[in-house]
Ligand binder design. Structure first.
Ligand SMILES: Nc1ncnc2c1ncn2[C@@H]1O[C@H](COP(=O)(O)OP(=O)(O)OP(=O)(O)O)[C@@H](O)[C@H]1O
Length: 571
């Protein structure tokens, strides 16, 4: 187990950090020095340059792109004479062939590319002809060429814009609620961390506390106990502007189109230093980045109105949050209710976002095995307790090391959820648990009760919590004490509130008013509504017909009829 969980630790000089992506991130001193030099420039906003962001990224695609002088998809599409790639495809396929060659994730990455999702976050790295033909990777039909070519010219690597890297750490986080006066512990001492460039997934059975933990990390709920830090600083108001939070139940306006939704989000949320036109441009860029150009004029839809598909809807929600270029992105079950292919597209998108130096944390219900391996780190929760925190790739070896193995071939996520639920039907259990079952059965024989063949869910839960606590937890907690590879000035940036944001009260009012009108235009302009108004006007008009306002009786009549009129209008 030591070999699995033990990793080179930090030196006291702030060299490395004990995080899982250390092998993929640049050497810490370089990063730190860059950060220091940046902070020394004492700009109002201390951010990483694009180069820093790229260096935080696990891949060198940004570097390659900037080195080649390409500034966008358009620029890349004709770079290096790679004319074998179709123009329409060139802005879309951002496959990193180093990964394709070297990593086990290559297959899933290639398959997600072929799913037709635009991978523009990581820059363009065209594949060698001998390895994969453009036709094999082409996600769209020839009919789409014009649309794609038009879209390609618009695409920019938005997420590559400079952003402050945020290292999230949380230790011994507890949460309690009072249910009918009795305190109930929802989370009991959860520790972990996530670094820029990583996607951290939270898994666990329903009710295990994933959403609660996510809300606390996102600053939406306060922990009863424990410590949550962002670049070693506590949560502050200014941090809210650097956080994107995609909730489980989206709140989108049914009658607005995708384009309108994102445009209003841009107008409301982007800094006032940007012009209206720039904000609209930004919304369009997000639409192209998320591959929503085909449905940009489609209504969002809802229970009674047909609208965009579930996957597109989720992407709109994500777009609503990434439009502000957040450093930290939280998502609550972004793939729930989606088929595995669409879910894979969403997770690939999260991956691409993380690769640009953002920290992405998501809860996930029951991922497919392809999807499971896309996450860098994993938190497994069971009944509010931590059953595993660490690299996703090391989860299965860890459970194997504590005596839990699947007895049949199964999706690792399914296996872990079974364990978290205490279901050991297709799982081999360690001798400790078997011995416990035998002892309990011996006691039951005396009372002639039915004997148990498998350990109880409670026993399995206690065993897993205990195993994690004794074998892994102390090492992970030690890692949390490691210094961050960023300067003190950059750490302090997180608490400064110098960033210009939002719109003034008047602008907000007018934007919200226009949005309200647009949302309800279908109500206002429906034939039913128009007929209703005309019919009501005629009826009310008839009430006053031939009433004489010059006589006291006529005036009395008119006054008394105003009561039902006002009541009707009020309703
Ligand atoms: N304010 C509250 N009052 C009472 N119980 C609460 C409160 N908040 C959370 N809980 C309980 O805490 C547990 C964890 O809830 P949470 O929503 O975090 O679970 P989850 O793992 O996200 O579940 P799901 O996957 O179904 O969304 C649940 O049993 C829930 O009923």
């Amino acid at each position: 187990m030591d070999s699995i969980m033990e990793r080179p630790m930090v030196d006291g000089n702030g060299g490395a950090i004990g995080r899982s992506k250390s092998d993929q991130l640049p050497p810490a001193p370089a990063s730190a020095s860059t950060a220091q030099s940046l902070s020394r420039t004492a700009s109002a906003e201390t951010v990483l340059s694009t180069a820093d962001v790229a260096s935080l990224s696990r891949k060198s695609s940004f570097g390659k792109r900037s080195a080649s002088g390409g500034s966008g998809a358009g620029g890349n599409s004709h770079g290096h004479g790679r004319s074998h790639i179709r123009k329409s495809r060139s802005a879309q396929l951002k496959l990193d062939m180093e990964d394709l060659v070297s990593s086990g994730a290559a297959l899933s990455r290639a398959s997600s590319a072929s799913l037709g999702f635009s991978f523009t976050f990581t820059g363009f790295t065209p594949p060698p002809q001998d390895m994969m033909s453009s036709a094999e990777l082409a996600p769209f039909s020839d009919d789409d060429v014009d649309l794609e070519a038009a879209g390609a010219t618009r695409r920019k690597s938005l997420m590559a814009e400079p952003t402050l890297p945020i290292y999230l750490k949380f230790a011994e986080v507890k949460y309690r609620v009072a249910v009918k006066g009795t305190p109930r512990e929802i989370l009991s001492g959860i520790s972990g961390s996530a670094s820029p460039g990583e996607v951290l997934a939270m898994m666990g059975p329903s009710g295990s506390g994933k959403t609660t933990l996510l809300s606390m990390l996102g600053g939406r709920a306060t922990a009863a106990d424990g410590c949550i830090s962002y670049n070693d600083e506590p949560f502050g108001k200014s941090l809210k502007r650097r956080i994107g939070f995609v909730t489980q139940d989206d709140v989108l306006f049914t009658h607005l189109t995708v384009k309108e939704t994102l445009t209003y989000a841009a107008l409301l949320r982007l800094p006032r230093t940007m012009t209206r036109e720039q904000k609209k441009e930004r919304a369009m860029d997000i639409i192209y980045e998320l591959g929503l150009e085909r449905c940009q004029d489609t209504m969002i839809g809802g229970s009674f109105v047909r609208g965009v598909s579930g996957g597109e809807r989720k992407r709109v929600c994500i777009g609503n949050e990434i439009i502000i270029n957040p450093s930290l992105l939280f998502l609550d079950e972004p793939t729930s209710g989606l088929d595995s292919t669409t879910a894979l597209r969403i997770v690939q998108l999260l991956h691409d976002i993380a690769e640009t130096g953002k920290t992405v944390i998501t809860t996930i219900h029951q991922p497919s095995s392809r999807l499971f391996h896309k996450f860098d780190k994993l938190i497994l929760l069971g009944r509010g307790s931590l059953l595993y925190f660490g690299k996703t790739a090391e989860a299965m070896p860890y459970f194997s090391s504590i005596g839990c193995n699947p007895l049949i071939a199964m999706n690792p996520a399914e296996f872990l959820l079974d364990l978290a639920n205490g279901n050991t039907n297709d799982v081999s259990v360690p001798s400790e648990l078997d011995d416990k079952v035998h002892m309990e059965n011996q006691n039951l024989q005396d009372t002639n009760s039915k004997i148990n063949l498998r350990p109880s869910a409670q026993d399995v839960h206690e065993y897993l919590v205990d195993a994690y606590e004794h074998r892994v937890a102390y090492k992970e907690k030690k890692k949390l004490l490691a210094p961050l590879p960023i300067s003190d000035d950059m750490k302090a940036t997180i608490t400064s509130s110098k960033r210009e944001w939002g719109t003034n009260w008047c602008q907000q009012y007018s934007i919200l008013f226009c949005r309200g009108l647009k949302e309800r235009r279908h109500d206002y302009l429906s034939w039913m509504r128009i007929t209703q108004v005309i019919a009501t006007s005629v009826i009310l008009g008839l009430l006053w017909w031939r009433s004489d306002p010059t006589t006291p009786k006529g005036l009395q009549d008119q006054a008394s009829k105003q009561v039902p009129c006002v009541s009707f209008l009020a309703c």
